[in-house]
Structures are given as structure tokens and as C-alpha cells.
Ligand binder design. Structure first.
Ligand SMILES: [Zn+2]
Ligand SMILES: [Zn+2]
Length: 358
């Protein structure tokens, strides 16, 4: 039976070479399709941003264009953080079919491919964080080769989008490849992207300004908005694994970076996140503002989502260290997502990690 995600991974797909890590495909039509799709998305955002710059310098822009930018920024920030990341990748909470569809559409309004592809790739990141098999580590490339600091930052930011590896959907897409809402979102990803980047800003301009605001609002409140926010999402992969502080010894480079956290509504508390990947909020200390976490808690109170996962509560001890309060019986060591079960289940970090033979 043909699958609904043949464009990601054809049924008869045979990897040209075998990658040492489970569920990493090298080359072939999947990698080609990925490069083409990311090429189109990134070109549209880049040229759109240049267009936005030209437009602001040559035309008078104002609150119509920039309110569309701000509204869209908040919407796609919630979509990426709550949708792609916390729900579809990590199952930080549960939601019914209508809510799943709404969250999936909101995520894909950021134009970062489908929830299926984004979540499967991110599960692979957690399965191999900064080791061979990680798709966007600033330390090692997709084949495990060590990189210099600046090259690594470049690869982890945008370079990885165009490498020749893809994630095996049968390994990392568990619970997604048979979800009708996920498959609907995957199938309609281009329509959602065009609606979000062009049609919605155009309607916004017409409703609040007039036809003369349409082009500027599409450029600023659509394409530039996507590019601007994409840099913070990618920044969590690059900057968020190099610059910042580490509260937990997570065996990877993940860092807590307050600026990235503010700009991503919480995902920049990335070291906290690698310690407790399933938690709906990455907030541990009171000053670690996690806007998307607050929204999930609000949705929980409203009955829209349930079974919301929480990290244990920590307190600062007199000696300055962090000590776990036994809110529930959870290990204080990092939870690692294993490739063997699709990066959805967890094992303790002290359990042996099999490194592939050279
Ligand atoms: Zn990470
Ligand atoms: Zn994650």
C-alpha cells in the first residue's frame, strides 16, 4: 500500500549507503527532495526579506505592515514551540483530533516543512545529540566528522538543511505516520505556507489599510516574518548548543540562553530541555520565562489539552547547587531519547549508549 508521505520516503526506497546509526538514510531521492524543498522555502524567505528591506526604504510602511509582522510572529512562535516541538515531537501533552489539526496548521504556518518531517528530524537530534547521527550538531557533521567552531555553527544553523542525510520515517515517525491529522497537514503543507505567507497578510492589509499596503504586508508580515523567526529556531540548534550556561550535565552541548529563550517563547532554555525533553515547559527557575509553557498550562485549565508532562521541581540549596525535590519518582539524570524506539521513549543517561564501529 502506498504511503501518504511518499515524497519524504518512497515505499521502494533503498538507501545507497548504510549510515552507522539507526534510522539515518544517506542520499537517494529522499535527500534530493529535501534539498529542493528547503531550497525553495529558504529562497522565498531570503528574497522576500531583501524585498522587505527595499520596500521599507522606498515606501512608507507603518502599523499595518508591522502589526501583521508581530501578530504572525506570535502565531508561528506558538506553532513551532508548542506544535512541532513540544506536541508532535515530544508528546508533552495529549490533545483531541480538532486540536491536533489546529496545532499542526499553526506550526506549518511558519513554513518549516511538515510536522511529520520536523518532528522526525528533531527526535533524531535528541537520539544522538552532538554525536554521530545528529543532523544539526555544531560539533560533528551528519557523518560524525568533527568541525571547527565557525563551520560547525554554520552547519548547525542552515547548512544541515542541504546535507545528504534524512531521517527514516519508519523509525522516527512513530505515532505520526499513521495519524490522519498529521498526514493531512503533511499533504497540504504548501497550501498552508501560501495561506500564511501571502493570503493572510494580503487580507490583513485590505482589512486594516487598503490595497496599497498589500505588497508591503506580504513582504514584511509574511516572508520576512518567516525568515526572522527561522533564525531563532535554527539558533537554538547552533547558538543554543554553544553559547550559554549548562545547569545539567547532559552529555551534549545544549545551553540555556536567555535571549534565545525570550525570542522562542521558551525553547532557548535548551539545556533544561535536553534534561527533561518531554516537559511541556522548560522553566526550572522562576526567571526562566517560558511563554509557550504558560500557554499549554492555560489550555490545560481550559480542558483543551490534558496529560501535560512536567519536569520535577528544583530548589536552590545553600551550597548553590540544584537539588531535586521529589515531586514524582524521576531520575535526576538526563532523560535520553533512544533511536531504537523512535526517539519517543526514554532511558536513563547512565544506560550504555552503543557507539557505532568506525
Ligand atoms: Zn538540542
Ligand atoms: Zn526537543
Amino acid at each position: 500500500m502506498a504511503t501518504a508521505f511518499r515524497d519524504l520516503q518512497p515505499d521502494d526506497y533503498q538507501p545507497a549507503e548504510q549510515h552507522p546509526q539507526n534510522g539515518v538514510i544517506i542520499g537517494g531521492p529522499a535527500a534530493r527532495a529535501k534539498r529542493i524543498e528547503y531550497g525553495i522555502l529558504l529562497s522565498a524567505m531570503t528574497f522576500g526579506s531583501l524585498g522587505a528591506l527595499y520596500w521599507t526604504l522606498t515606501h512608507s510602511t507603518g502599523w499595518v505592515e508591522w502589526s501583521a509582522f508581530l501578530f504572525g510572529f506570535v502565531l508561528i512562535n506558538m506553532g513551532v514551540g508548542i506544535g512541532y516541538h513540544r506536541y508532535f515531537t515530544h508528546r508533552a501533552f495529549e490533545a483531541g483530533p480538532k486540536m491536533r489539526l489546529a496545532i499542526g496548521i499553526m506550526a506549518q504556518m511558519s513554513c518549516q516543512h511538515s510536522v511529520l518531517k520536523w518532528a522526525a528530524d528533531h527526535r533524531r537530534h535528541h537520539a544522538f545529540s552532538d554525536r554521530v547521527g545528529d543532523l544539526h550538531s555544531p560539533y560533528v557533521d551528519g557523518h560524525g566528522k568533527k568541525m571547527s567552531k565557525w563551520k560547525g555553527l554554520g552547519i548547525a544553523h542552515f547548512g544541515w538543511l542541504f546535507d545528504n542525510t534524512t531521517s527514516d520515517m519508519k523509525v522516527y515517525g512513530k505515532g505520526l505516520i499513521d495519524d490522519p491529522q498529521v498526514l493531512w497537514c503533511h499533504k497540504h503543507r504548501w497550501s498552508i505556507a501560501i495561506f500564511s505567507s501571502i493570503i493572510l497578510p494580503a487580507l490583513w492589509a485590505l482589512a486594516l489599510g487598503g490595497p496599497e499596503h498589500i505588497i508591503g504586508t506580504i513582504l514584511i508580515g509574511g516572508l520576512f516574518r518567516n525568515f526572522f523567526f527561522l533564525n531563532f529556531v535554527m539558533g537554538v540548534n547552533s547558538i543554543g548548543h554553544v553559547f550559554g550556561s549548562q545547569r545539567f550535565k547532559t552529555k551534549d552541548g545544549s545551553r540555556n540562553n536567555w535571549f534565545m529563550a525570550w525570542m522562542t517563547f521558551g525553547d532557548g532554555w535548551h539545556n533544561n530541555h535536553h534534561q527533561h525533553p518531554r516537559a511541556a515547559s522548560s522553566q526550572i527557575a522562576w526567571w526562566e520565562i517560558d511563554v509557550n509553557g504558560y500557554i499549554i498550562y492555560l489550555w490545560e485549565k481550559m480542558g483543551l489539552v490534558w496529560n501535560v508532562q512536567r519536569a520535577p521541581t528544583y530548589v536552590r540549596t545553600a551550597s548553590g547547587g540544584w537539588e531535586q525535590l521529589k515531586v514524582k519518582a524521576e531520575p535526576a539524570e538526563p532523560e535520553i531519547m533512544s533511536a531504537d524506539d523512535g526517539g519517543v521513549m526514554f532511558r536513563k543517561s547512565s544506560e550504555k549508549i552503543e557507539e557505532p564501529a568506525e
